[in-house]
Design a protein around this ligand. Structure first.
Ligand code: ADP
Ligand code: ZN
Length: 730
């Protein structure tokens, strides 16, 4: 650790500008220290940066410009700088792009500002009207905590002038308070549940890991409802008792009011939230409070990993297998892996929780790199659902129907008993393909090589690749014949139509991310369904994630074969995870055993059999063995290179040039495959070509990749993205 730099001394500053290196400046009046957030001149502009260390020299001292000012924010800790540097090295992301992730708080450099707040003075006003009484009641409800005018008038349902009148009358005090207030303290002892069975030992192990005050990673595995959340909240409690900060990462955080409410019940206050739905003001507050210790517990989306924690004592990654942890644009990182990296640098435990872990984590645990804790049964009386395959081959359904007779009868029985059924189909929209019955033309996107999906609800065709939309044409764009455009295959909207015909009396709800204007609207719908607002729920994969429907006793998987198509390395794993998870939604309420019926045309497929058979360990062992033999991750290493350009000739040329210049890769024993058109060969008008690099596990892949790519001069309009450990092959 270097000490402070005196005024005029040479310092290296990393900015978020895409320059790829640290620039030298002179320390300002009063000096500066490593990690200080500063403003520096860059050409004609003033940009934010972080003092990264001593200057590198080499640049003419006389021409060196000075740091303009040091921002009023806690300096970036050395541990954070190390984390960003290691993450950049691992993902081959330029360091400035990593720094951008760590400084995503608006107004970060602003001086602390104040705002007006109000609290009761304890004096009764001479005249007490109804509205005035409501204001005083509202203040009492806040229990003496200061509130803003907007909050207070909203809570009391009065105009601001009523509040101001009470200030004049001496009943309310008007004061200035810092804008960024600490978060309400959490009480680790507020209301623990009594853990049972396996939960006890698992919680003890995690508490011990937190108390050990050192790095470890533990896989916490247990079926949905087995109490994983309760168990890791005990580790959070231990972390809070030690006065350290805890971070829980959740997928789809905007939808987890259930989680926030549970934390509140357990610790007497909610955690601080960090995700895209949080306002700019709150983001700034959280960023500052995390760095000053005014936030003890953060629940966040993957980018919360880059918050400047002052004293991080625990990271939990819930649903660690979830694909949304992989950032697929910009800096391509997997938050699960980065969480483990950050924990190892902080010297704190990481906990990866899942009912269906990623194969990587399963192997890491099997090989002893991670600890593993298993929660066996479901909590309470609720049991895992019975699982049955419905062989669709003898069903002979007409082309516009997807619900088999046995499934339909089961749904009817549920309706008669006042219970709920969930029909799961992981396809948004009405129909995945629109075809012309006259010439066979399929409607595609004008900007991508993807077929457009009909969304009847929006009355549009939508490209799920780039989001482009257009109206459904009357006439075929290819042959011009009118009135022959026809939908092929089901989406949830079309399934809803079939349900409407088949069960005309039933109340039906469709849950699909595109049908709701906001996360809040979706949340409300989910809450209404949980209270019995629908008898049949039709949903895409958003229903798989953590929502509790106590009346749900039947899950019908409409097409279990869907995920098994395609050449994705993880197709089997994904299908297994998704179907198991969706099935786990059934019968979560005590006393009612759920049933999951899985419709398939290939009941003998090993993945389908594994899903039904319940011998999960056998499934993982078989998958792991296949990957080992093929030298695929986690036994080997992969990197994807995607080149894209508006010029199709150019992408292939550069791709071929890279493939030929493979000496740096061969030196580490790695092989390069391609160039080949990416599975979706055109996105937003850019042609895409991919190369795949495969190396042995211990090979120094990143260094070789950097040298390899560095050999080729890239034209300005060509983009190159490196994806280490690619998750999807798009
Ligand atoms: P998971 O995270 O594995 O899905 P949860 O922790 O959400 O499981 O537990 C499922 C449900 O059972 C929750 O409502 C939870 O509060 C409850 N639960 C689990 N363990 C206990 C316990 N020991 N005592 C009381 N309630 C429990
Ligand atoms: Zn498109």
């Amino acid at each position: 650790m270097t000490g402070r730099f005196a005024e005029g001394e040479r310092v290296g500053v990393l900015t978020t500008e895409p320059l790829g290196r640290v620039l030298d400046y002179r320390a300002p009046e009063g000096g500066c220290g490593p990690g200080d957030y500063v403003v520096v001149p860059l050409g004609p502009r003033h940009v934010m940066g972080v003092v990264w260390g001593p200057g590198e020299g080499g640049f003419d001292a006389a021409k060196l410009r000075g740091v303009e000012r040091v921002l009023d924010a806690a300096p970036m800790r050395e541990e954070m700088r190390l984390f960003l540097a290691r993450a950049a090295d691992y993902t081959l992301t330029p360091l400035p792009a990593m720094l951008r992730l760590a400084t995503r708080a608006p107004g970060l450099g602003d001086p602390p500002t104040v705002r007006r707040v109000y609290r009761a003075s304890g004096h009764e006003p001479a005249r007490l009207t109804g509205p005035r009484q409501r204001v005083l009641d509202a203040l009492e409800a806040y229990g003496g905590a200061p509130v803003t005018l907007a909050e207070l008038s909203a809570e009391a349902g009065v105009t601001g002038s009523v509040v101001k009148g009470l200030v004049k009358a001496g009943a309310i005090l008007e004061e200035e308070a810092p804008r960024d207030l600490p978060y309400p303290p959490l009480d680790p002892g507020a209301a623990a549940v009594r853990l049972e069975g396996d939960q006890v030992a698992a919680a003890e192990a995690l508490v011990a890991a937190v108390a050990a005050d050192s790095y470890s990673t533990t896989l916490l595995k247990g079926v949905t409802g087995s109490g994983k959340t309760e168990v890791y909240l005990e580790a959070v409690a231990e972390c809070l008792r030690r006065g350290r900060q805890a971070l829980v990462l959740l997928p789809e955080i905007a939808l987890t009011s259930e989680f926030l409410a549970r934390v509140e019940a357990r610790f007497g206050a909610r955690p601080a939230e960090w995700h895209s739905g949080v306002t700019a003001t709150e983001r700034r507050r959280l960023w500052r409070m995390v760095s000053e210790g005014g936030a003890q517990f953060v629940a966040g989306a993957r980018s919360a990993l880059f918050l400047p924690f002052r004293d991080l004592g625990l990271i939990v990654v819930d649903e660690e297998h979830d694909t949304s942890y992989k950032q697929e644009e910009g800096a391509l990182y997997n938050a699960r892996d980065m969480a483990v990296l950050r924990a190892s640098i902080c010297g704190c435990p990481a906990v990866l929780a899942s009912a269906t872990p990623s194969l990587e984590s399963w192997v890491n645990a099997a090989q002893g790199r991670y600890g593993r804790l298993d929660l066996g049964a479901r909590f309470g009386a609720a049991e895992l659902p019975e699982m049955h395959a419905l062989d669709m081959r003898p069903e002979k359904l007409p082309a516009n129907r997807w619900i088999s007779e046995p499934l339909a009868r089961s749904v009817e029985a549920r309706i008669a008993r006042g219970e709920q059924s969930l029909l799961f189909l992981n396809r948004r929209g009405y129909a995945p393909v629109t075809i012309c019955r006259a010439c066979g033309h399929q409607i595609g996107c004008d900007h991508c090589d993807a077929r457009m999906v009909e969304h009847r609800f929006q009355k549009r065709l939508v490209c799920h690749q780039c989001g482009a939309t257009k109206p459904m044409p009357e006439a075929c764009p290819s042959c011009g014949v009118e009135g022959r455009m026809a939908p092929v295959g089901p989406g949830v909207e079309r399934l809803a139509e079939e349900v409407g015909t088949r069960f005309p009396q039933a109340r039906v709800a469709v849950l699909s991310s595109d049908l709701f204007g906001s996360a809040r609207a979706l949340k409300e719908q989910i809450a209404a369904i949980a209270e019995g607002g629908a008898e049949i729920i039709i949903g895409t994969q958003i229903v798989a994630k953590g929502h509790n429907f106590p009346l749900l006793t039947l899950v019908g998987v409409i097409d279990a074969d869907l995920g098994l198509q395609g050449s994705d390395l993880r197709a089997a794993e994904r299908t297994f995870q998704l179907v198991r998870q969706v099935a786990g939604r059934a019968g979560r309420a005590a006393g009612k055993r759920g049933v999951a019926l899985v419709q398939t045309y290939q009941p003998e497929h090993p993945v389908i059999r594994a899903i039904l058979g319940g011998d999960e360990e056998a499934f993982w062992r078989a998958e792991a063995e296949e990957r080992r033999v093929a030298g695929m991750p986690p036994y080997g290493r992969l990197a994807g290179i995607i080149l894209s350009s508006p010029d199709v000739g150019q992408v292939f040329e550069i791709g071929a040039e890279l493939a030929r210049a493979d000496a740096p890769l061969r030196r580490i024993g790695a092989q390069v495959f391609g160039p080949a058109p990416a599975p979706i060969a055109r996105v937003r008008g850019r042609h895409r070509v991919r190369l795949l690099v495969k190396a042995q596990k211990g090979a120094p892949l990143q260094a070789a990749l950097a040298e390899w790519i560095g050999q080729v001069k890239l034209p300005a309009n060509l983009r190159l993205a490196v994806d280490i450990d690619p998750q999807s092959f798009l």
